[in-house]
Design a protein around this ligand. Structure first.
Ligand SMILES: [Zn+2]
Length: 694
């Protein structure tokens, strides 16, 4: 499944360098951030810079901690969830008479926090794989060797706006057939670039060159840590960077990847083989135990032609260096301290700007969630998610879906036939809240209390095989692509689902104690965002059944694109805090979801207030109007900022606008905002040419 998320996947499941503070005591949970109108900076004018008005005080009081690349109310909830996961794991690690599930998650965690044992093992656990690469005598052995590595590294989370699959050389996963979502295919995708995307290799500005210099030094250091002499390590690093640059040149650019029609290349095994004649795909697929299939989905055929060039041109010692480094970098977080530290120094410090690494217990909690997510999540949800919250969430989701049905009906730019199909698509969407009805069965994964590296590798092996076993089978719409403690949400066009993990159903997003205006402004905006993804410039290309099928008349599509272009132009803007220009074509889907989301949840709030005999201007108990509370609660979920390194990486490699723009650009498009705060034409928070898709 390809996820369209609420935010860049820096949340619990996605990366080692999860953001968070380490100030809290080891067993207590940090306090949750709750909405408060006291956070307003009354010395400022909301019509000049609403983000600063709503968030300036919060940001001043919450500077970015040294082990983080950013800080925000969002991140505070991540911190809370990581601590909740840690409590769950520690209990499972200590308990007697444990259930099999407690044994697995408890022993996984215990093996990870035993830093002395991990340090003592050094590189030993990875040595057999490195030896196997060193023994490679012929490039004809590549398929088996790469399969062996692919069976060991943690499979990536799939995001529709990623520049590449996070993996080694290329990515293999299962994916619904674009033309028939009922059928699961084996998919081959571009991957293997150690830097976040192709622009990092190909751009010529000073900052890009500096990052490449630092990357080269990092690769050499990783080699030196395995015992390579310095000169050899430096030469090998050059080979690795040269090979990755060839991959970058062959890769599809990130904006083209946003259009699913550019990714839909179905091929027979012979056709796949013709792309890369020197790489035996039948050997590779056999080693990966991919069920035989009449068709394979090749997302970027040119990339696989690039791999053929690499096999033809590069001598075997360069291949050994590339595979050695790539394997090391993926497994570094599971190795001893020198590898962990060097890996952090480049990816955490240089690319994201963090000053120090997270404490080990935090990294271990994140790893456990990444490797045994639904086992960890089952224990976590039982302890931390009140079941009654699910009902209130579902009511809000239904109210916001009703608002989109009304919006479709009211759209003067759509014809009746297209409207009917839009209604049908929305009606067919499945709303998933908190956690799966059926939990994943991890009973075949062997978890040992004294073998952290082995636990990580065996979990990865289980997960890659679980995914590939789906090839040839129908899609499971009830499956989740995020774990329960994740602070994020997603829409998946091919299963036509929207998904809200338990992790985000806490303050400041969802607060059972708060008034409707606050909940609609915060979690309601998240719900509206995900619903809108089904109808943004990517989502609208999929029909009610999740198939890539054009259900729009030519005139309706042209109207859509005109509205979409307004958003693209508006967000093609200088982002001074990142030192780069934002590409509105890259962020169009997310920006459309942000703008549509707020509009839909505001309409749902209006309907709800009406049923209570109130309207948007009715004073709330705190003295502000209902609608002022709504907009402040909306801004509140985005309070926060990134370090410049992280801001740059985020703007370049993924489609979400930075927080400031997720607030200011959105409110400046909304007449209801101007009304709420008495803003008038000519002020910065009132766009003369306001954009609206939904
Ligand atoms: Zn999104």
């Amino acid at each position: 499944m390809r996820l369209l998320t609420l935010l860049a996947p820096v949340a619990l499941c996605a990366t080692l360098f999860v953001q968070g503070s380490r100030a809290e005591s080891p067993d207590a949970l940090p306090s949750l951030e709750r909405f408060s109108p006291d956070q307003i900076d009354k010395s400022l004018d909301p019509c000049s810079d609403f983000f600063q008005y709503a968030c300036g005080k919060w940001m001043k009081a919450n500077p970015i901690p040294p082990d983080q690349s950013g800080s925000g109310t969002f991140d505070k909830l991540v911190v809370w969830n990581v601590a909740a996961v840690r409590n769950t794991l520690e209990e499972a690690a200590k308990a007697s008479n444990r259930t099999p599930l407690e044994q697995q998650v408890g022993d996984y965690y215990a093996s990870c926090v035993d830093e002395a044992a991990v340090d003592k093992a050094g590189i030993k656990p990875l040595q057999p794989e490195l030896d196997r690469i060193a023994r490679m005598e012929s490039k004809s052995q590549l398929p088996e060797i790469i399969a062996s590595i692919h069976q060991m590294i943690r499979p990536a989370n799939l995001n529709f706006i990623d520049a590449q699959y996070q993996g080694i050389l290329f990515g293999l996963y299962s994916s619904p057939d674009f033309d028939n979502a009922q059928v699961t295919l084996a998919a081959l995708d571009q991957s293997g670039m150690g830097l976040p995307g192709r622009e990092f290799y190909l751009n010529d500005d000073d900052k890009s060159k500096r990052i490449r210099d630092l990357y080269l030094k990092h690769i050499a250091k990783m080699f030196e840590l395995t015992g390579e002499p310095q000169t050899q390590a430096a030469a090998d690093a050059q080979s690795v960077l040269a090979m990755e640059t060839t991959l970058a040149k062959a890769a599809m650019d990130i904006v083209s990847r946003r259009d699913p029609r550019n990714l839909n290349h179905k091929m027979s095994l012979d056709q796949v083989q013709a792309l890369t004649p020197s790489f035996s795909w039948s050997h590779y697929f056999a080693a990966m135990q991919v069920p035989a299939s009449p068709q394979y989905l090749v997302l970027a055929p040119d990339f696989f032609r690039g791999i053929q060039e690499l096999i033809s041109a590069e001598p075997i010692e360069h291949w050994r260096a590339y595979l050695r480094y790539s394997t090391l970098t993926f497994m570094a977080p599971s190795l001893s301290e020198p590898f962990v530290k060097e890996n952090f120094d480049f990816f955490g410090r240089q690319l994201l700007g963090a000053k120090e690494i997270q404490p080990r217990w935090r990294r271990c909690s994140v790893d456990a969630d990444a490797d045994l997510g639904e086992a960890v999540g089952q224990a976590y949800a039982a302890k931390y998610f009140p079941p009654e919250d699910k009902e209130r969430m579902l009511q809000m989701v239904k109210a916001i879906e009703t608002a989109l049905h009304q919006d479709i009906d009211a759209a003067s730019w759509m014809s009746p036939g297209t409207k009917e199909l839009a209604h049908a698509k929305l009606a067919a969407q499945i709303d998933k809240i908190a956690y799966p009805d059926r939990w994943r069965d991890y009973s075949s994964v062997v978890i040992k209390r004294d073998d952290f590296f082995g636990n990580v590798a065996r979990s990865a092996h289980f997960e890659i095989n679980r995914r590939l076993a789906k090839v040839g089978k129908p899609a499971d719409r009830q499956e989740w692509g995020m774990t329960p403690p994740t602070v994020n949400a997603y829409e998946d066009a091919q299963t036509n689902t929207i998904n809200f993990p338990a992790g985000i159903l806490q303050p400041p997003f969802f607060d059972a104690k708060e008034i409707d205006a606050v909940n609609y402004g915060a979690i309601g905006m998240v719900i509206g965002h995900e619903i809108t993804h089904g109808f943004d410039d990517q989502g609208r290309k999929f029909d009610a059944n999740g198939n890539l099928k054009d259900w729009w008349t030519a005139a309706d599509a042209a109207n859509y694109e005109e509205r979409d272009k307004c958003i693209q132009d508006e967000y093609t803007q200088d982002v001074s805090e990142a030192g780069v220009k934002q590409n509105g074509k890259l962020s169009a889907g997310e920006d459309t979801a942000d703008n549509g989301g707020i509009h839909l949840t505001l309409a749902a709030l209006q309907n709800t207030l009406k049923s209570q005999g109130k309207d948007l201007d009715t004073p709330a108990p705190d003295g502000l109007t209902e609608v002022q509370n709504f907009f402040l609660a909306f801004a509140n979920i985005w309070c926060g900022e990134n370090r410049p390194e992280a801001a740059r990486t985020l703007v370049m490699t993924q489609g979400h606008s930075l927080n400031r723009y997720r607030v200011n650009n959105v409110v400046a498009n909304l007449p209801e905002f101007a009304h709420a705060f008495g803003c008038h034409a000519g002020q910065p928070m009132v766009h003369a040419n306001s954009c609206r898709v939904w």
